[in-house]
Write a new protein. Sequence first.
Length: 247
Amino acid sequence: MAKQVVPEAERRRRRPTRQGTVLSEKVIVRTALRMLREHGSTGLTARRLGTALGADPSTLYRYFAGLDDLTRAIGEELMGQALDTWTSTGEWQSDLRSLGRAIHASYLAHPQAAVLTASRVTGRPREIAVDETILGILRDAGFPDADAVVVYHAFIDLSLAFAALDAGSLALTDEARAADEEMWDSTYAELSADTHPHIAATARLLAGRMTHSAYPVLLETLLDSAAGQLTRTRTRGNPGAADERRH
């Protein structure tokens, strides 16, 4: 059974830790991010976190119900950092494009944490704020609620899926990542046109392209599709608009 989290007002530490740190959820989450960056997901334990904070490992349970709860808070932090760097322009495609790129960049800045959290739903305030923002952009643009939810679903899943995929590559050792990237030159580029004509014809293009994320391309495809959907919705609501465009 998970331990009950102590309410915020009761869990504040009255004195600094041995390292002079006054603990808070934010301090613990940011320390956990640093540990993930330095040691990977297997290195995040209550004991190691306590050592890094200069506190007893049990202190963690005054702030979080357990390591899974901390994992959700880490995911929320990545979402929140993305929203903190984003500014609305009032143009829905531009706003979704920049927010998607901000989410992708936030996760890639912490690849080990991204691999751990990209598939999680935290239900925490900063994640909820991102979801509210995306849905607000779509509804304000004129998408009916059912369409807004479909586009929201595609947008957030696309952003997080590529965050996890691209972060997985960055989380590899430098040697492993370099070996994977070199495969396009050392193996694919050497395939015979007799046995693999299509790969042979595009090998150099593949080598130049496949070491980069496909997220920007797929994001534009999604935005274009959504724009077409919105145009069709508006046309159905105003049948005369189609006639006007034909004249």
